[in-house]
Design a protein around this ligand. Structure first.
Ligand code: ADP
Ligand code: ADP
Length: 209
């Protein structure tokens, strides 16, 4: 199963991808997590990407497509995967189509998680992440078992530097301008479904299933 989760920043893509991973035992491929890993390891790509990420802008398409080309070739992708946060622009969607053609693969479904901007802005203030795994929590809506600690490792949770209010507003602006056109792109291919991402986490998961 090859799924694509599409939605605004903070819409719940990572949270839902995690539920799907547990049910179907296929990997979640999050370009955001991959980029943060590069940042942490101070790779050339990470240093290049940081200025875009910190300011709430998108990392250039070419950089992202090169990174994905390698990832989709990995062994664990053989039985399927969940794309989370990629593609985010029309050139990326076209690039993905080329990559898939070369691999003789097709996407099975595109699921759009709809959430209003106001709800996102409120949500992002409470997001906490476990940087090593990308696991995501929320102080109110998905609190960890122990305050500010990852459930599995007990390690400390952090606030993402790009989750400040002004940066979130910038990311939402970019989402509407550059990513939303992908909805029409996939709608014309008749492979899209919509879920209301403002429902509680478990309900959204059930709807996706
Ligand atoms: P969110 O889950 O809140 O939408 P991500 O973790 O997916 O955020 O992405 C964080 C940042 O990483 C983005 O704001 C952007 O700078 C960069 N990024 C992630 N994926 C992409 C992509 N496919 N294309 C361009 N930039 C990306
Ligand atoms: P994305 O990957 O799309 O940026 P996340 O999965 O990281 O979004 O979710 C953003 C924040 O909102 C996290 O703190 C997460 O725990 C919380 N969250 C996700 N889905 C819901 C929901 N349906 N209701 C309330 N909070 C949610």
């Amino acid at each position: 199963m090859k799924l694509l989760l599409l939605g605004p920043p903070g819409g719940g893509k990572g949270t839902q991808a995690n539920c799907l991973v547990n049910k179907y035992s296929i990997p979640q491929i999050s370009t955001g997590d991959m980029l943060r890993e590069h940042l942490k390891n101070k790779t050339e790509l990470g240093i290049e990407a940081k200025k875009f990420m910190d300011s709430g802008n998108l990392v250039p398409d070419e950089v992202i497509l090169n990174m994905m080309k390698n990832r989709l070739n990995d062994k664990d992708c053989k039985n399927g995967y969940i794309l989370d946060g990629f593609p985010r622009t029309l050139p990326q969607a076209e690039g993905l189509e080329n990559l898939l053609n070369n691999l003789n693969q097709n996407l099975d479904a595109v699921i759009v998680i709809n959430v209003d901007d106001e709800v996102i802005i409120e949500r992002m203030g409470g997001r906490r992440i476990h940087p090593a795994s990308g696991r995501t929590y929320h102080v109110t809506f998905k609190p960890p078992k122990k305050e500010n600690k990852d459930d599995l490792t007990g390690e400390k949770l952090i606030i993402r530097t790009d989750d400040q209010k002004e940066t979130v507003k910038k990311r939402l602006y970019i989402y509407h301008k550059q990513t939303k056109p992908l909805i029409n792109y996939y709608q014309s291919k008749k492979m899209i479904s919509f879920v209301n991402g403002e429902n509680p986490i478990d309900e959204v998961t059930q709807n996706i299933f």
